[in-house]
Every structure is written in structure tokens, then in C-alpha cells.
Design a protein around this ligand. Structure first.
Ligand code: CP
Length: 319
């Protein structure tokens, strides 16, 4: 393990995926290019390659998920791994077993890769620093901190529909404060050379450190999405809000909700993305979700190939 970056080994190769922060353009591009090779696997009659045959992937979702958990399971299956989904609610976590004791016991069952979602920021780092060298950890979302595979599938989607990220204007709109997706996307976009990243939202939902991340902060939707090639809408994360950060969902929609009319402020061929789950009529109008500019379901589909790429790469590198 590289002491300065626990995601990399001494040769600078990816052994865990914990965050897009601290990964170079070469590694991000390696993952995206590898994913390109895996997209076609999903269109074959036999949707499998033998890269992880004999390996065991453990899905540990301490927080709920539809897209991430399912696409990780599909991705691991398509790589021919054995996949185990630990039912956290019925596990001995409910009897007070610690996270690291749980990990030790699953490692004793010959786990090779842990895919982990946790409400505590940093939990996957703790696990990555605890597991034996041959075991790999992939962060499937930790607290407000990071959701690196979402960012990577977002980069894949942008590249697929709009080409080279270094030529684009990208607006990230909504509840940036609580969004691990926003943080991971900002790191990925700036590392890949995107020259114009904007974060757009009310003052209460945009953290104060955003300008230092190399992005432009806008508190006006029209200014924020003007001329954008890509508009990424974020879910209003009511479950993470403590206190009154907004008057109401209706008021939020009036000022920041994406509608067909407002999308005319962006470029005519702009794409609309959303990580899901969507609050229709809160951060985005149904007409936009189901409209021609939306690529939201393509994001989900590309997530399989991107997660195949991540697992194949980490498993191929020695810790
Ligand atoms: N985008 C995302 O993480 O969705 P899930 O919570 O359904 O996994």
C-alpha cells in the first residue's frame, strides 16, 4: 500500500477504489477505457468473461441502494465471480458486532473484494487499511464524502454522449452540501481537465469550500446552466438535512427545479444527468426526466461496465 494514498500500491497501481480525489488522469482514463471494453459483454448471448473466476465479491450495504448494489452484483457476476450480498439488517451487526470484526469474519470466508456502502464518511478507508494485502475494497458511497463509481460512470456517460471532457461546460445543480456524488464528480471532472465546472444551488445547500475545489459557484439557476453542455441534477437529500435549510420542496422547485423551459438556458444539445433516486417535481420535472435530453438510464447501464472495470483492475494489482 502507498502510505500517501491508500488506494495505490508502491507501483502507483489501483488496489482499492475509495475516492476519485487523489487519483491521476491516467488511472481515471484506464478505468474508463477498460469499461469501454466491457460494454459489449452486456450485449452478448453469454454475458460473462472469466476474469474473476474463483474470486468472491462481498456486497456490504449498510445503507439502502437500488442502482449501486444491483449493478455491482451484475458486474461481479459478469466477471464470473461468486457474489455474496450480506443482509446487514439480519446480520450480527444488529447484536453489536463491530465493523472490523464483521470484516475479519468475512475475510476468513475467503473474501477477495469488499464492495461497501456506509453512512459514516471514511468507513471504507478504515476497512482498506485493515484488510490483508490480497483483499480489495471498493467504496460504494460513504456518508457525504465520496461515491467514486458513480462519478466514474458519470464520466463515462459524459464521454460517450459529449466526447472529450476537456472541451465541456458542466453544471452540477442542487443539494451539493449533502452530496457525495457532487464531490466525487468535481474531483473527476477537474482531474480529467474539464475547464468549466459550476456548482449551482441555494446558499444553504452549497458548502463554502467549493471555490477552492476549482469550480464556479452560482446561486442563480439561469446563470449556472447558461451555455452548459452537461447538466447534472442532484437529489434533495432530506434524510441528511438537520434543521431548516429550505423553506419547502415547492419553493426549491420554483427556484432550482429543472424544467423543459429552463433547460433552454443550456446548450440546445445539452444532456441531463441524475444519479438517482429522483424526486420528480422537486429537483427535476418529469418532462425532463422522460425527455430527449435525459441520459439517466444510460448512466445506470454504463454503471455495470464501469463497475466491472473497477473490480477487474483492483483484482489484477498486488497490494
Ligand atoms: N446513485 C445511487 O447511488 O443510487 P442508489 O442509492 O440506488 O445505489
Amino acid at each position: 500500500m502507498n502510505r500517501r494514498n491508500p488506494q495505490l500500491n508502491a507501483n502507483g497501481e489501483l488496489i482499492h477504489l475509495l475516492s476519485t480525489e487523489g487519483l491521476g488522469k491516467d488511472i481515471l482514463t484506464q478505468i474508463l477505457d477498460t469499461a469501454t471494453n466491457f460494454v459489449s459483454v452486456s450485449t452478448r448471448d453469454v454475458k460473462k468473461v472469466p476474469l474473476l473466476r474463483g474470486k468472491s465479491v462481498f456486497n456490504l450495504f449498510f445503507e439502502n441502494s437500488t442502482r449501486t448494489r444491483t449493478t455491482f452484483e451484475i458486474a461481479a457476476t459478469r466477471l464470473s465471480a461468486d457474489v455474496l450480498n450480506l443482509d446487514i439488517a439480519r446480520s450480527s451487526t444488529s447484536k453489536g458486532e463491530s465493523l472490523l470484526d464483521t470484516i475479519d469474519n468475512l475475510t476468513a470466508m475467503s473474501a477477495d473484494i469488499f464492495v461497501m456502502r456506509h453512512s459514516q464518511s471514511g468507513a471504507p478507508y478504515l476497512v482498506a487499511q485493515h484488510v490483508p494485502k490480497h483483499v480489495h475494497v471498493v467504496n460504494a458511497g460513504d456518508g457525504r464524502h465520496a461515491h467514486p463509481t458513480q462519478a466514474l460512470l458519470d464520466m463515462y456517460t459524459v464521454r460517450h454522449f459529449k466526447g472529450d471532457v476537456s472541451q465541456l461546460s458542466v453544471a452540477i445543480v442542487g443539494d451539493v452540501l449533502h452530496s457525495r456524488v457532487a464531490r466525487s464528480n468535481i474531483h473527476a471532472l477537474t482531474t480529467l481537465g474539464c475547464p468549466d465546472v459550476r456548482v449551482v444551488g441555494p446558499r444553504t445547500l452549497v458548502p463554502s469550500d467549493m471555490s477552492s475545489m476549482g469550480v464556479r459557484v452560482c446561486h442563480d439557476l439561469q446563470e449556472g446552466i447558461a451555455g452548459a453542455d452537461v447538466v447534472i441534477a442532484l437529489r434533495l437529500q432530506n434524510e441528511r438535512m438537520s434543521g431548516a435549510l429550505l423553506p419547502s420542496s415547492q419553493e426549491y422547485f420554483k427556484s432550482f427545479g429543472l424544467t423543459t423551459e429552463r433547460m433552454r438556458w443550456a446548450k440546445p444539445d445539452a444532456i441531463v444527468m441524475h444519479p438517482g433516486p429522483i424526486n420528480r417535481g422537486v429537483e427535476i420535472d418529469s418532462e425532463v426526466v422522460d425527455g430527449p435530453q435525459a441520459v439517466i438510464l444510460s448512466q445506470v447501464t454504463f454503471g455495470i461496465a464501469v463497475r466491472m472495470a473497477v473490480m477487474a483492475i483492483v483484482a489484477s494489482n498486488e497490494g
